[in-house]
Design a protein around this ligand. Structure first.
Ligand SMILES: NC(=O)CC[C@H](N)C(=O)O
Length: 367
């Protein structure tokens, strides 16, 4: 195996071995604490332009298969690991993890002191960096990292959005929901269609006028990569949609709905990525262990009620690790959202019931 290295924009270097495709790439270096679900994470569009450091000690202990794709391709730029194996013998596995990375042209690096790397990011913050094969000189690697745009201000929704409207028919006669595709995951589609709802997915650049022409029972705002503050063209459309139909959202969708309600978003120092983040719903006192994958958050005080041009909005959910906002509810129109991932994919299934609540609210508005 040939050697490779991770270089961060502040000059910190970690050595390892090239696994996956023997190529070099740059992106934002982030970490996730999920102990499994590496295939789902790599294919989640929200990881576009990011290099994922896995804090779990072994990656690849089970193989990959079509069933666990969260989109049609790998979106993350690369995988940084302590130990990587290519085990493809598990039930339902179609390919080993490393053969899959290689076949898709995605680099991995193993043998990295991921604990030191994560401790560095926790102190210094997520930053740009790269995975480089040993033949790339450090000064060239530095130039390539400097040429990588910062995640702040970056509109990546346009890069991952669907090319043309697509319908996913529900397995029943539930509500018709229009989703604006900023980077949807298959597990979100499945959670709606298996509950009988039909999801019509539109490119994120579709005008409010065209979205209203579809005349659905409600609108859904989905996750996606990049900085929510770079998506004001979507925020303006959401304001128009909110005056007509119920609007609910997840993750990037939560950030965009919150911005439409007049709240600000900001970049977290190193983000929340993992499968065990405790989130409290301040209305009920209930705590859910949630799946998370985000680098930005909504600014505000947990529990606070603010006045906005859309009426009152309550900051209903809080992350118990760092007290950041994890959900809001508009009090004068049927709208609300959460920062975490009820669809899991990967992660705990504790919050799957939220899809029943979304559907009931769409149905109530239709009745
Ligand atoms: N999963 C997501 O929707 C991520 C949202 C946004 N890109 C962030 O990093 O905060």
């Amino acid at each position: 195996m040939s050697s490779a290295y991770v270089l961060l924009e502040d000059g910190t270097r970690f050595d390892g071995e090239s696994v996956g495709a023997p190529v070099s790439t740059t992106g934002e270096v982030v970490f996730t604490t999920g102990m499994s679900g590496y295939q789902e994470s790599m294919t989640d569009p929200s990881f576009a332009r990011q290099l994922i450091t896995f804090t779990t000690a072994h990656v690849g202990n089970y193989g990959v298969s079509e069933q666990f794709m969260e989109s049609d391709r790998i979106h993350a730029g690369g995988a940084i690991m302590r130990a990587a194996v290519d085990y493809d013998d598990a039930p339902a596995a179609e390919q080993g993890w490393l053969s899959w990375l290689k076949a898709n042209g995605i680099p991995g690096i193993a043998g990295v002191d991921t604990r030191a790397l994560v401790r560095h990011i926790r102190t210094a913050g997520s930053m740009r960096g790269g995975i480089f094969t040993a033949d790339v000189p450090v000064n060239e690697a530095r130039e390539r990292i400097a040429a990588e745009p910062s995640m702040v201000g970056r509109d990546l929704a346009r890069e991952v959005t669907i090319a043309k409207p697509t319908i996913f028919a529900g397995e029943g006669d539930g509500p018709r929901i229009v989703a604006l595709d900023t980077g949807i995951k298959r597990s979100i589609i499945r959670n709606f269609t298996s509950r009988g709802a039909t999801l019509e997915i539109y490119p994120c650049t579709t005008s409010a006028e065209d979205l209203l022409k579809a005349d659905p029972d409600g609108f859904f705002l989905v996750p996606g990569p990049g900085d929510p503050a770079a998506l004001d063209y979507i925020v303006e459309n959401i304001k128009t949609l909110l005056s007509t139909k119920p609007v609910f959202g997840i993750c990037l969708g939560h950030q965009l709905l919150s911005r439409a309600a007049g709240l600000e978003t900001f970049k977290l120092p190193f983000g929340h990525r993992g499968a065990n983040h405790p989130v409290k719903d301040l209305r009920t006192g209930r705590i859910a262990i949630t799946s998370q994958n985000h680098g930005f958050a909504v600014a505000g005080t947990p529990g606070e009620i603010i006045e906005s041009e859309l009426g009152a909005a309550q900051l209903t959910h809080v992350n118990l690790y760092d007290n950041t906002i994890e959900g809001i509810r508009l009090l004068d129109v049927p709208a609300g959202c959460v920062q975490y991932h009820p669809e899991a994919g990967p992660g705990p299934n504790d919050s799957l019931g939220l899809f029943d609540e979304f559907i009931a609210l769409f149905e109530a508005a239709h009745a």
